[in-house]
Design a protein around this ligand. Structure first.
Ligand SMILES: NC(=O)c1ccc[n+]([C@@H]2O[C@H](COP(=O)([O-])OP(=O)(O)OC[C@H]3O[C@@H](n4cnc5c(N)ncnc54)[C@H](OP(=O)(O)O)[C@@H]3O)[C@@H](O)[C@H]2O)c1
Length: 326
């Protein structure tokens, strides 16, 4: 696989001009991406089916929430991020109705560029006890995403919710899956992950979830205690949100050099250092950082290439992280 991409391959002349016009020539030049790290992008099997999913995807909270019909510069930039992901071997886009206009923006861009079939599209539905409200929101998502099939439908932020209500809502998602509208179903959580883990573990053991989405990063490692092992035991795929703790990890290392031993597992940037820590867990199916910058997308994809840290190296990474916080 050729990992060296030219800007010309990734962007049409029109897009480069649009980028230059909208975000400045320097920023447009900045997007000449190089998939420098060796080897293909790591893929992991979705346990229920064995379908392989690229291990690095894209989150859309906040950054895709804008009026895509009136902001040409942002539109060109987000479109370039998606194209960069596809060209680099990535597949998954995660969005949600609660991310403002993000679903509509994703739908517009996928339809405009004709790449819907290259994307593993994951969205969410709010936790609700109303079958009508859940149905209406899922129908709206299909419309906004301009598709008749969603790869993964997840109930949003379920941790600690009444289990019976969650199971009832999951039953509706199962119906849609049986009708072929969803290929997979699951749940997500992110806030106060540690407090939710036991609840999520119990749900995974009782219900046949295809996917569990959790908050996992060097700064929030509580899923390592048991949840990841139970995901493997129950055949549940794991998506990781907030892998950079909303950028807090980068702020913690600002102005700091990466330790020389990071080269032992092919981490060439802080972004790769943080993502490789997560990807080293076999239970993790896909990590999905948010970014509006093609060069960050390239950097994130490169985390899924080359070597990953072993157990001893991961221990060293945690000690290093703790020393930053001390
Ligand atoms: N409960 C849930 O289901 C839930 C909750 C939260 C999030 N999520 C999902 O998880 C996704 C990821 O979360 P997030 O976007 O909020 O936080 P995040 O991925 O932890 O961090 C995003 C931040 O990292 C920066 N960044 C990304 N790649 C970088 C790189 N290679 N080098 C330097 N900086 C980089 C971004 O900068 P720029 O903005 O400058 O690109 C942004 O400031 C969301 O978009 C959403 O899809 C789900």
């Amino acid at each position: 696989m050729d990992n060296h991409f030219s800007a010309a391959k990734l962007f049409s002349r029109r897009e480069i001009l649009a980028l230059a016009a909208g975000i400045g020539a320097a920023a447009a030049l900045r997007v000449a991406p190089v998939f420098a790290a060796a080897g293909p992008l790591l893929t992991r099997p979705i346990p229920r089916t064995g379908e392989r999913l690229a291990s690095v995807g894209l989150g859309t909270a906040i950054i895709f929430d804008f009026d895509s019909s009136s902001d040409a510069a942002k539109r060109a930039e987000r479109r370039a991020v998606i194209r960069t992901m596809i060209d680099g071997g990535g597949r998954l886009i995660d969005t949600a109705p609660s991310y403002g206009r993000a679903e509509s923006t994703v739908g517009d861009l996928l339809s405009e560029t004709g790449v819907r079939d290259k994307i593993f599209l994951a969205t969410k539905v709010r936790a609700t006890n109303s079958r009508e409200a859940c149905t209406a929101e899922m129908q709206e998502s299909l419309k906004r995403l301009r598709t008749n099939k969603i790869d993964l439908m997840q109930i949003h932020n379920v941790g600690g919710r009444d289990r019976g209500e969650t199971v009832a809502q999951l039953a509706l998602l199962h119906e849609w899956k049986e009708r072929g509208v969803f290929r997979y179903i699951g749940v997500t959580h992110s806030q106060d992950q540690e407090a939710a883990n036991d609840w999520l573990i119990d749900l995974m053991r009782r219900e046949k979830l295809d996917f569990m989405q959790v908050n996992y990063s060097m700064a929030e490692r509580s899923v390592e205690q048991r949840l990841l092992a139970v995901a493997t035991e129950t055949g549940t795929a794991v998506l990781v949100n907030l892998p950079f703790a909303r950028g807090r990890l980068f702020r913690a290392v600002q102005g700091k050099r990466m330790p020389a031993w990071a080269a032992e597992f092919d981490a060439a940037s802080w972004g790769q250092f943080f993502l490789k820590y997560i990807l080293a867990q076999e239970a993790v199916t896909c990590v999905m950082p948010g970014t509006d910058k093609p060069e960050y997308m390239v950097d994130n994809l490169n985390a899924g290439r080359g070597r990953l840290p072993d157990a001893a190296q991961r221990k060293k990474m945690v000690e290093f992280w703790k020393s930053l916080a001390a």
